[in-house]
Design a protein around this ligand. Sequence first.
Ligand code: NAD
Length: 472
Amino acid sequence: MYDIDKIYIDGQFVTPRATETADLHNPSTEEKIGTVRLGSVEDAREAVAAAKRAFPTFSRTTKAERIEILKRLNAAVASRVTDLTEAMALEYGAPQTFTRFAIPHAASSFLTIENVLENYDFERQIGRARVVMQPSGVAAAITPWNSNIGFITSKLATAIAAGSTIVIKPSEMSALQTQILTECLHEAGLPKGAFNIVNGLGNVVGAELSRHPDVAKVTFTGSTAVGREIMRNAAETFKRVTLELGGKGPNIILDDANLDATIPAVLRMGLINSGQACIAGTRILVPKHRINEVLRRLKQEIETFKVGAPDDPDAMIGPMVSQKQYDRVQSYIELGTREGASLLTGGLGRPAGMDRGWFTKPTIFTDVDNQMRIAREEIFGPVLSVIPYRDEDEAVSIANDTQYGLQAYLHGTDSARMQALADRLECGRVVVNGAPHEPLAPFGGFKQSGIGREYGVFGLEAFLEPKAVIAS
Ligand code: NAD
C-alpha cells in the first residue's frame, strides 16, 4: 500500500495541514493501491506565499542560469524513467506502447524549452521603445490525470524558462506518479519556492489557486467545464490564463487517401492514450462513395489494437482511469445506440475474456449524424464515430460544426490540397497523414477547446508581459 502523505512547499516535503485522504486504485485490477493525503486551502496559500517570496530573485536569474537549471531538471527526470513508467502503469494503466514515448518525452520537455530560451530575446527595440519581456508573476498550474507527468514537466519547464515561480496542483488521482516526479525535481536543487507541488481536490486547492490574488497567471489542462470555472475565478483579479481544454477532433479521410496507410493512422489518432486524450481524432469523416470499403478496413484493423494491462508489451489500449470514467464511457456507448447509430464493432461491457479492470471494448459507431451527442460531446474513451460526407465543402463544414477546435487530422495524397484544407479548419493544430508531434509548434485550441497556446515561443510568451520603456 502506498501512503502519499507529503506535498512540496518551499523546497521541502511537508505534511498537509488537512487530514482528509483519497484512495488510489490500479485501474487494471480495480484494487486499492494506496491513499493520498489531500492539501487544504491553507496549504495552497502557503505554497503561493513561498512562490511569491522566491519570485523577486528567481525572475531576475539570467538566461544562462535558467538554462543550467533546465538541464539539471532534464537529467533528474531522465534518471528515473523506469520508476516513472512503472508508476504511470500501476496508477493510470498506461500501456507500454504509450509510456515508451510519453515518459522520455516528458523528460525532454526541459531541453525543448531550453532550446527556445537560448534563441529568445527578452529585449527588443521598437522605435524609441526598449521592449522588455518580463515574467507576469507567480504562476499556478492545474493538471489532469491522463498524462500527469508530461503536463507537469511541460508547464514547469516553461515557467522556469520565463523566470516565473510556480505552484502546481496535479490531479489527486495521479499522486503516486507525482510523488516520484517531485523527488526527481527536488534532486535538481532549485532555489526554495521556485516550484511547489500541492496535491488536493480541484474545488479546494485548484479553486484557491485560481482565485488567489498573488497568483498572476494560471495554466490549466483539463475539461472545458472546469476551464470555465477557473476563468470565472481568475477574472476577479485579471489573471492571465492559458486553458487547454477538451476536443472532438475530426479525422478526415480524403477521397484520394491510400487506405493501407490511412486506416492504421486514423485509428492510432482516434484511440491515442486509450482514447483518454483531448487530441483524439474521434470523428472519422469518410467520403460517401468509399464508405463500405473504409468500414470494412476499420473493422479489420481495430482487431489489431490489443486491449490489455501495462504488463502486456503488445497492449495498445489500457483501462479507463477510474470506475467513474468507465461508467461514463459505457453510458456514451449506450447513448449512441439509443440515438440511432449502429455498432460497427465493440459495444457495452469489457472485452471478451476480461473479468476485472476498467477495460472497455474499442468501439466504432456508424450511421452517425454530426448532431448526435456522441458526435458532439467528448467521451474520453476508445469510442469513435464514422460520419459520411459528400464533398470537400461538406467535410469542412462537418469538421467545423463543433464547440471544440483543438486538433484535426487529414489523410490523403495531395499535399497542396491538404495544406489548403488545413487553412479552412477551425482548430489549433492540423496533423497531415499522421505526422509526428512537433514540440516547438504552438499547441492549443480555438473556440471552447481553450485560450492561449503552449510550447515553443508561443508557450514561453504566455508567461511573459511586454513592457515598453520609452526614452526621448
Ligand atoms: P478535470 O477538468 O476534471 O480536472 C483537471 C484538473 O482540474 C484536476 O487537477 C482537478 O482536480 C482540477 N479541478 C477540478 N475542479 C476544479 C476547480 N473548480 N477549480 C480548479 N481546479 C479544478 O479534468 P480531468 O477529468 O482530470 O481530465 C480530463 C479532461 O481534460 C478532458 O476533458 C480532456 O479533454 C481534458 N484534457 C485537455 C487537454 C488539452 O491539452 N487540451 C489535455 C488532456 C486532457
